[in-house]
Design a protein around this ligand. Structure first.
Ligand code: FAD
Length: 409
């Protein structure tokens, strides 16, 4: 078997997933839109989604992301990559298969660092898809791309910690099923920079937690919501500190590796769908006596899209392979590289597809405008491009560190 072959089980899931997308998910997109429009509430959970979840679960197309066999099929990152790509083709699909961010990352955190009580109370219903969760790290008052700046205060008081501060961009916190937040804050301002923060499990209805608003993204109120949340004297029992005081930074590193590459896998799916739509539309519409697809510049965009997709897919697969074989930590340069490349390239392809669609491209009659908005946010969410480039550049420079100090004859 070559490295380009899918394993037998991944191939089997891929076939079933493709079939389910064609028979159930794509036809449901219009129903979803209709139900959302009729509800008039951007954070409504439309019945079609719950139906699709049930059907996907019955077929075992469920928790495919989860690396631990007791909780799902236990696929490797390399095996999951082509499946996540397929899910990325439709904005409703990831939740249908219980593979959506940020729940996937939170489920991994609960699996790795949760107590038995956390597993029972939160992990189990998350795996069953009956509750949702949010991850609250970013704060409006500090530059949060440097996680050492995070300053929501967590002060020990008897058997509890008392939390005070403000978070924003907590995705999923406006989902009607959201039950729990994983909150990062500062427990010890005197400790070493990477030991000051801790993570705590906080029920969303804990006294003192107020969801203030959903932040619009390019004017969209995403269904799961990106919430600004106030914490006012929120009491959290010490048993709900994940992995112990001072471990917040380490947990966030563990959490963000898989989450980042999952975003990239889905971005490739979005790019593939945009390329498909671009080709169909360019063939179907005629201007100045010939199909739009007959123009050299349009063919150039199409060719470049194919080349670029193949390149980011290869880097995604290499990164997934490294995560499986040498671990997330040793794959961090590749994770950073693909986290920069995939959203940027997918964004350009979607942008060109929008151009080929003309005015229709920026409406919500087609999935391109929303895909563009989502991909643009991916250049910020889970770390801005510049911060990932910093990681890569530092790694490169380290190779030649000794040169600078070496005495040249
Ligand atoms: C749609 C969306 C969903 C999100 N979901 C979540 C979530 O669920 N939970 C959560 O906690 N957060 C979430 N975030 C927040 C996201 O992770 C942060 O916005 C991101 O980490 C950047 O932090 P910041 O906004 O504080 O920007 P800042 O830290 O203020 O940085 C601003 C800019 O400074 C520049 N910059 C920073 N460092 C460097 C450097 N070393 N070199 C050069 N330039 C630099 C970059 O261009 C960067 O964009 C989400 C964001 C979006 C847009």
């Amino acid at each position: 078997m070559s490295m380009f072959d899918l394993s037998e089980r991944a191939e089997e899931y891929r076939t079933r997933l493709l079939e389910f997308m064609d028979s159930h998910v794509y036809p449901a997109e219009a129903v979803y839109d209709e139900q959302m429009r009729a509800a008039g509430d951007p954070h409504y959970q439309p019945p079609i989604l719950e139906q699709l979840k049930e059907q996907a679960r019955e077929r075992g197309l469920w928790n495919l992301f989860h690396p631990y066999p007791e909780w799902g099929p236990g696929l490797t990152n390399l095996e999951y990559a082509p499946l996540a790509e397929i899910m990325g083709r439709s904005h409703i699909a990831p939740e249908v298969f219980n593979c959506n961010a940020p729940d996937t990352g939170n489920m991994e955190v609960f699996t790795l660092f949760g107590t038995d009580e956390h597993k029972q109370k939160y992990l189990k219903p998350l795996l069953e898809g009956t509750i949702r969760s949010a991850f609250a790290m970013t704060e409006p008052a500090v530059a949060s791309s440097d996680a050492t700046n995070i300053e929501l205060s967590m002060v020990r008081d008897g058997d509890d910690y008392v939390l005070n501060g403000r978070k924003w961009f907590a995705s999923n916190a406006l989902h009607p099923h959201c039950a729990v937040l994983i909150v990062m804050g500062k427990t010890d301002p005197e400790a070493a920079p990477h030991r000051q923060q801790s993570m705590m499990v906080v029920p969303i209805d804990a006294p003192g937690v107020t969801v203030l608003r959903g932040l619009p993204v390019f004017g969209y109120q995403d269904r799961e919501g990106h919430a600004e949340i106030d914490f006012d004297n929120v009491r959290v029992p010490a048993k709900d500190v994940l992995a112990g005081e001072g471990e917040g930074f380490a947990i966030s590193q563990a959490r963000l590796g898989p989450g980042r590459i999952h975003h990239c896998m889905r971005a490739i799916g979005m790019a593939e769908r945009a390329l498909e739509l671009m080709c169909r539309r360019a063939n179907a519409r005629t201007t100045f006596g010939k199909p739009v697809s007959a123009n050299a510049n349009i063919q150039d965009w199409i060719a470049e899209a194919r080349i670029d997709i193949e390149m980011i897919r290869l880097l995604t697969l290499k990164t997934a392979y490294l995560m499986d074989t040498v671990g997330n930590k040793h794959a961090r340069t590749e994770i950073a590289a693909i986290k920069v490349a995939a959203p940027q390239i997918a964004l350009q392809i979607v942008d060109r597809a929008i151009q080929v669609y003309g005015g229709a491209g920026v409406t919500d009659d087609f999935p391109l405008a929303m895909a563009w908005a989502h991909l643009r946010t991916l250049r910020l969410a889970d770390g801005p491009d510049e911060v990932h480039k910093r990681t890569i550049a530092r790694q490169e420079l380290r190779k030649y560190r000794d040169d600078a100090t070496a005495k040249k004859p």
